[in-house]
Design a protein around this ligand. Structure first.
Ligand code: ADP
Ligand code: MG
Length: 263
């Protein structure tokens, strides 16, 4: 892996105590009609941290990401980014520009365009698709795309239409489309879903490499994957934080065993 964009974390960084929060959710409430999807949710993520969020279906994990990215407005509460910016006052586009990138559960790539062109469009988000494909890349932009192609093991497929990629390759491409934008905070919703074991291992290694330089929030059900990557785990249940700590801490928590892990 190259080390200009993605510095390899040192072992001592891996479980370091994070200091400044990159993201702080303060008593977030989200209500759909009368249903409470999130209730007084308070959560803080440190700079460079890799946080896993787990919990049963319907716990509010995706809604949490919707709130951070401005897709859903909370009925009350605040979301601070870099300690000063209240994300609940910004539009989704402004939030993305502020350095928060999100990967959805389903890939949202342009199937008719090549892998390279998809990365090019992701890099030049300020232009329309056609304006983007007509304008030329500068050397720095080309280098960044090359680096991401290498990192996501897509170099040999750069000129293939994205629609012809395997499911795993499409997922990798979508992660690449986030990385060319160099986000500070990455939100990933079930990134290992549908991947082969080898792809899952590689994504776990990639996320470990990205942590430190980037902050990551990963929603995932695959406990093996969570075990490989997570510094800290937050367990959500019925729109609230049920437990938080190392994976071992939460795995030994009686309430977590009752509602999520099972006995
Ligand atoms: P998770 O991602 O943890 O499975 P979600 O955040 O998707 O859970 O959903 C939490 C709860 O909120 C679910 O019960 C879901 O049905 C409900 N919900 C989510 N989005 C909406 C919406 N737009 N309108 C009504 N209910 C919603
Ligand atoms: Mg979800």
């Amino acid at each position: 892996m190259t080390d200009t964009l993605f510095t390899q974390p040192q072992p001592q960084d891996r479980y370091r105590q994070t200091t400044d929060p990159v993201l702080q959710l303060d008593k977030i409430n989200v209500t759909f009609d009368k249903f409470r999807a999130l209730t007084d949710l308070t959560l803080s993520i440190g700079v460079g941290e890799l946080r896993c969020v787990i919990g049963p279906n319907g716990a509010g994990k995706t809604t949490l990401m919707d709130v951070i990215t401005g897709k859903t407005r909370p009925t009350s509460g605040k979301v601070f980014y870099d300690q000063t910016v209240d994300l609940t006052t910004l539009s989704p586009v402004e939030i993305a520009r502020a350095g928060i990138g999100r990967k959805f559960q389903k890939p949202t790539i342009f199937e008719a365009l090549s892998v390279f062109e998809n990365l090019e469009i992701a890099l030049k988000t300020d232009k329309s698709v056609w304006a983007c494909l007509r304008s030329t890349l500068n050397g720095e932009q080309r280098d960044r795309i090359d680096e991401v192609l290498e990192l996501l093991r897509l170099r040999a497929l750069a000129h293939r239409p994205a629609g012809l990629l395997s499911h795993g390759q499409k997922q990798f491409l979508e992660i690449g489309m986030l990385l060319v934008q160099e986000p500070h905070l990455l939100l990933l919703d079930e990134p290992a879903a549908g991947l082969t074991d080898a792809e899952t291992d590689y994504i776990a290694e990639l996320f470990r490499t990205l942590a430190g330089k980037h902050s990551l929030m990963v929603v995932e059900h695959d406990m093996g994957f969570v075990e490989t990557i997570a510094d800290h785990v937050t367990v959500l249940h019925q729109g609230q934080v049920l437990a938080e700590g190392t994976l071992r801490d939460v795995q030994n928590n009686e309430q977590v065993i009752d509602v999520y892990l099972g006995r």
